[in-house]
Write a protein that binds this ligand. Structure first.
Ligand SMILES: C[S@@+](CC[C@H](N)C(=O)[O-])C[C@H]1O[C@@H](n2cnc3c(N)ncnc32)[C@H](O)[C@@H]1O
Length: 258
């Protein structure tokens, strides 16, 4: 199993650019300022590639501000998208206290690779683990702290972190929460069966105009989402398809009104 994240192994950048990245890491580690000033200045170290992701998540969030429904982050990994969404909630709709965010992950890495998938050293059952139960609790705590530090912070505890195989946890979530429907779902579990099952469980609970976003839909090296899309969605499920302006890899289906 690979111990490194793929961004350390797979890159489209030149060696000069990779060296610059490492130098930025060094400067961040030794930044001469207080914690408060460092936090206030984190944009100094935010590289374009991450900023592009953040802007893409913002663009999707902006599209659902006038839609009711929870946000699901399926394959949340370290939970960055979920944390961004809590902060966009606080910025764009601080009074929308029913915008719950639900994160799904095994936190023990990929689960569900089958003969429909091409496992690689980076992508196979067990890679991308972040510590299991303890990381699940860490992310729940972090989300709550962001809620508390945001506007209307006395109203916290809106969000949920669900640990386990999403093929089981998503249907269980809807069984336990029969009131919940979805405005925005991010999919990023990257093997065929879990991607298909997650989509099939979420789409019927998605409101008209709701968004199903796939992080890897056009990526050749992780083809599960594209295969699920081509086999089961493209000509079978009414939708429109777009890609995010700043982060072309993030593609999204919009559910039509009828
Ligand atoms: C590429 S990472 C997700 C990155 C994350 N979406 C982001 O943007 O930062 C894929 C995640 O899917 C999770 N995963 C894979 N198969 C899963 C399954 N069957 N059920 C739940 N989570 C799964 C892995 O544990 C991993 O954290």
């Amino acid at each position: 199993m690979s111990k490194q994240h793929e961004s350390a192994v797979v890159s489209y950048s030149s060696s000069d650019s990779l060296n610059a990245r490492n130098e930025i890491f060094d400067l961040l580690r030794s930044y001469p300022a207080t914690e408060e000033e460092t936090e206030r200045s984190l944009g100094l170290f935010l590289r374009g590639s991450l900023l592009a992701r953040i802007l893409a998540v913002r663009d999707l969030y902006a599209r659902i501000v006038d839609l009711p429904g929870v946000i699901m982050d399926i394959g949340t990994w370290r939970g960055q998208t979920a944390v961004l969404c809590e902060n966009f909630r606080a910025i764009y709709e601080p009074l929308h206290l029913n915008r719950r965010i639900v994160c799904f992950d095994t936190f023990e890495g990929y689960q569900g690779f089958s003969d429909k998938d091409k496992a690689t050293e980076l992508h196979q059952d067990g890679t991308y683990g972040v510590g299991g139960e303890s990381y699940s609790a860490y992310l729940a705590k972090l989300l709550e702290l962001h809620e508390k530090s945001n506007a209307m912070g006395h109203n916290f505890g809106k969000h949920t972190v669900v640990k386990g195989d999403c093929r089981e946890t998503i249907p269980q979530y809807f069984k336990d929460n029969r009131n919940e429907f979805v405005s925005l779902a991010f999919f990023d579990v990257n093997s065929y069966e879990p991607s298909l099952k997650a989509f099939e469980d979420v789409w019927p609970r998605m409101v008209p105009g709701g968004i199903a976003a796939f992080w890897q839909l056009t990526r050749r090296t992780i083809p599960a989402e594209a295969m699920v899309y081509s086999d089961n969605i493209l000509s079978k499920v009414p939708h429109t398809l777009r890609r995010c302006e700043t982060y072309p890899g993030l593609c999204y289906l919009v559910k039509p009104a009828s």
